[in-house]
Ligand binder design. Structure first.
Ligand code: XLS
Ligand code: NI
Ligand code: NI
Length: 501
C-alpha cells in the first residue's frame, strides 16, 4: 500500500511550501538583495542548505552486524549473513533486498482517521532553524536519510515512486525539473557505491485527476498526462541504473460497474502498456530489464483489473505483452485476493513470469493492505522455496514494501523492522534449501504422489500424443478402480514443521 505519498496533505504541503519559497525569493529580488533565499536565512537563525554530516540514526552502529541465531542484540542480524553461501550462492545474491522509499522515509503514520504520528528528523527544521527546510532541501535530506539507512542495513537496492522523491510544482514542467534535480542528487549519492534502484514507478493514483484511473480513465487528457508521467519516471529509473520498472495500478479498476465500460478500459490499459514497453525497450534500450506489473485485487479501487497473478498473466497474453512484462508479487495483495503468498509466487514461477517480490504481510484480523514486515517463518520458507526453484531473480529482488506501525515512532523502529524482515527472509532461504533438496523428505513425498506418470502411458500423455479413444480402451481394459495413493498431507506437514521448527 502506498499510504504516505498518496496523502493529499503532502501535495498541498509541498505546493504551499513551494509558493512561500517563491514569494520570498520574489520579495528578496524585488528588494535588490541577492543572497538570502529561505526564510531560515532571512531571519538569520540558521545556515541554509544541507548539513552533509548529519546523522539520523546516531545510536545505531555504522553497519548492522551479523551476530548469529543466539544473539539478543536488537541491532544485529541473527540469520542474514550477506556473504554466507546457501545453495551455492551468497545469501545477498539470492535475496537482493530493496528498501522502499515511500514506506521507510515518507510514512508519517497518518491514516484515514488520524494525523501524522511520526516526526522524522529528516523532516524537521535543520538544527538551529525554526522553520521547515524548503521543499528541495527537504527532498535531498530525505534522500540522505535513505542512503544512511541502506548503508546501515547493507542493502544495495531501493524502490521509489517519482512523487515520493521530489516535490510537485505548479506545472508538469516544473515538477519534472524538480524530479531531474533530485535524480541527479541521488545519482551523486550512488556514485562510487553499489547502490541503485531495484525499480522505479510512476505514482498514478494520488492526484485528483487520477480519481477514475490513469490509463483506464474515461478522460483522454488524464491518459495523456499518465503517459507523460510514465515516460519521465522511466527516464529517471534509467538514469539511476534501475533494474526494472514497475506498474501498480491502484485506480486502474472501477468504483461502479454499471457506469464503467470495462472492455474499453482494459483495451486502453493494454495500449498504455504497449507504449510503455516500446519506450522502455526501444527508446531507452532497456531490453533484458523486465517491466513489472504488481497485481492487487482492490484498494483503493473497489475492483482492480490486475486482480492476481493468474488474471494479470491472462491479460498480458491476451494483448501479446507476456514477453516483456513479468509479475511483481506482493504478499499482502495475495492474501487480499484470497490466496497465500506462496500460491501467487508458485503460480508466477510455473508460468515463468516471476519478476520480483514485495515482501510484506497483512493482519489476519484486518482486511486491508496493512503492509507489515513478514516474520512468519513457515510462509517465508514456502515463498523462498518457490523462488529457489525458479533459480532466484536477477534482475529482480525482494522489496520491503512494508512499513512500521503508526504507533512506532522512533527512528530505530525502522531498523528493527528491516532487521526482522531481512532475518525472516534469510531464515526462509536456509529452510527452503532443506525443503527443496531433491533427496529430502518433502520432495520425496511430492515425487511419490506423481510416480505413476513415470511409465509409458504417462509419458505419452505428457507428450500430447495420446487420444481420448486410446485412453478409453485403456480404461476399459483396466481391472477394478484406478490406482490412487494417499495425499500424505499430515506427513508432509510434520516434515515441514521439523524443518521450520
Ligand atoms: C500498493 C502497492 C504499491 C506498489 C508501488 O498497495 O503495493 O506500494 O508496490 O506502487
Ligand atoms: Ni501493497
Ligand atoms: Ni507493492
Amino acid at each position: 500500500m502506498c499510504t504516505k505519498n498518496d496523502n493529499p496533505e503532502f501535495y498541498f504541503r509541498d505546493v504551499l511550501a513551494a509558493t512561500v519559497q517563491f514569494l520570498l525569493i520574489a520579495l528578496i529580488l524585488l528588494g535588490g538583495r541577492s543572497t538570502p533565499v529561505y526564510a531560515a536565512v532571512v531571519d538569520g537563525t540558521c545556515a541554509s542548505g544541507l548539513d552533509n554530516n548529519e546523522v539520523f540514526w546516531p545510536d545505531a552502529p555504522d553497519v548492522i552486524p551479523f551476530k548469529g541465531a543466539d544473539s539478543h542484540d536488537p541491532l544485529a542480524f541473527r540469520h542474514y549473513n550477506a556473504t554466507e553461501t546457501v545453495l551455492g550462492r551468497p545469501m545477498k545474491d539470492w535475496l537482493r533486498f530493496s528498501v522502499a522509499f515511500w514506506h521507510s522515509i515518507r510514512n508519517d503514520g497518518s491514516d484515514p482517521f488520524g494525523f501524522p504520528t511520526k516526526r522524522w528528523p529528516w523532516d524537521a527544521p535543520l538544527p538551529g532553524c525554526d522553520v521547515p527546510s524548503p521543499p528541495m532541501d527537504l527532498a535531498k535530506r530525505r534522500m540522505r536519510a535513505l542512503f544512511e539507512l541502506m548503508r546501515k542495513l547493507g542493502v544495495d537496492l531501493w524502490c521509489f515512486h517519482d512523487r515520493d522523491i521530489a516535490p510537485r510544482g505548479e506545472t508538469l514542467e516544473e515538477t519534472n525539473a524538480m524530479l531531474d534535480e533530485i535524480v541527479e542528487y541521488a545519482a551523486e549519492l550512488q556514485h562510487g557505491t553499489d547502490i541503485r534502484p531495484l525499480w522505479g514507478t510512476a505514482q498514478l493514483f494520488a492526484e485528483p485527476h487520477y480519481m477514475h484511473g490513469a490509463a483506464t480513465s474515461p478522460s483522454v487528457d488524464v491518459f495523456v498526462r499518465a503517459a507523460a508521467q510514465v515516460k519521465k519516471a522511466m527516464d529517471a529509473t534509467k538514469r539511476l541504473g534501475g533494474e526494472n520498472f514497475n506498474f501498480w495500478g491502484g485506480r486502474e479498476g472501477y468504483a461502479f460497474l454499471p457506469t464503467t465500460d470495462l472492455k474499453t478500459e482494459r483495451t486502453h490499459a493494454a495500449v498504455f502498456f504497449k507504449m510503455a514497453r516500446d519506450y522502455w525497450v526501444k527508446d531507452l534500450g532497456q531490453k533484458g530489464r523486465p517491466l513489472l506489473i504488481e497485481p492487487k485485487p482492490q484498494e483503493p479501487s473497489k475492483h482492480q483489473y490486475d486482480w492476481d497473478v493468474g488474471t494479470t498473466a491472462g491479460f498480458l497474453r491476451e494483448f501479446g505483452l507476456e514477453k516483456d512484462f513479468k509479475l511483481n508479487v506482493e504478499c499482502n495483495h495475495a492474501t487480499l485476493a484470497g490466496h497465500s503468498c506462496s500460491h501467487e509466487v508458485e503460480t508466477a514461477v510455473a508460468m515463468g513470469m516471476l519478476g520480483g517480490l514485495d515482501a510484506n504481510t497483512g493482519d489476519p484480523q484486518v482486511g486491508w493492505d496493512t503492509d507489515q514486515f513478514m516474520t512468519d517463518q513457515r510462509e517465508a520458507a514456502l515463498v523462498l522455496s518457490a523462488i529457489v526453484r525458479s533459480n532466484g531473480f536477477a534482475p529482480g529482488g525482494i522489496n520491503f514494501d512494508a512499513k512500521t506501525r503508526r504507533e512506532s515512532t522512533d527512528v530505530n523502529d525502522l531498523l528493527y523492522a528491516h532487521i526482522g524482515g531481512m532475518d525472516a527472509m534469510a531464515l526462509g532461504l536456509k529452510l527452503a534449501a532443506k525443503l527443496v533438496d531433491p533427496g529430502g523428505a518433502l520432495e520425496r513425498v511430492k515425487r511419490e504422489r506423481y510416480s505413476s506418470w513415470t511409465g509409458d502411458v504417462g509419458a505419452k500423455i505428457e507428450r500430447g500424443e495420446a487420444t481420448l479413444v486410446e485412453l478409453e480402451k485403456l480404461a476399459l481394459a483396466h481391472e477394478g478402480e484406478p490406482a490412487v495413493g494417499s495425499g500424505r498431507q499430515e506427513l508432509a506437514d510434520n516434515i515441514i514443521a521439523a524443518v521450520v521448527g
